[in-house]
Write a protein that binds this ligand. Structure first.
Ligand code: HEC
Length: 127
């Protein structure tokens, strides 16, 4: 009799397994959505965000002495040229028709791209 009860409980547990997986996946999705939501694009300035990003992720290949693809991204005036001709956004978004940047590396995090878009949509101020 006791043996039979154990089997019933085990069977119920086995039935629950697929649901546990589903709950797990749903939870992960929520976390990802949450990560998107907490991307703060309210205060994006050139000196506070774009310049340090370009310095750390682009300038090693795009500076006054080494301008890969003939592109120098050192300082506002140089960055502005590539913002105005759309190549800056096209290359960091990996849009078709542009060489994906940073060259040979994975795409920048979505939040960084959202911030760049915000700064450009604001008229790319030198602030
Ligand atoms: C490891 C070196 C390297 C890094 C880092 C790098 N680039 Fe480049 N970039 C290149 C090379 C090489 C080319 C020329 C590619 C070609 O001509 O196909 C290039 C070309 C470009 C172009 C012209 C692309 C086009 O299709 O017109 C732009 C704009 C550009 N890079 C922007 C950036 C930005 C913005 C970053 C940082 C987010 C960056 N690059 C990081 C090496 C790099």
């Amino acid at each position: 009799m006791a043996h039979f009860e154990v089997h019933k409980i085990l069977n119920k547990l086995l039935l629950l397994f697929p649901f546990l997986f589903l709950i797990n996946c749903t939870f992960r999705n929520d976390e990802e959505i949450f990560a998107e939501e907490i991307c703060n694009v309210e205060e994006v300035s050139f000196s506070g965000f774009v310049k340090p990003l370009v310095q750390s992720r682009c300038e090693s290949c795009h500076n006054a002495s080494l301008s890969s693809g003939n592109v120098n991204l050192q300082g506002y005036d140089n960055v502005k040229v590539y913002v105005e001709n759309n190549r800056f956004l096209g290359s960091v978004r990996h849009d078709p028709g542009f060489t994906p940047m940073p060259f040979g590396q994975s795409r920048l995090p979505n939040c960084d791209i959202l911030k760049i878009e915000k700064w450009i949509n604001d008229g790319f101020p030198d602030n």
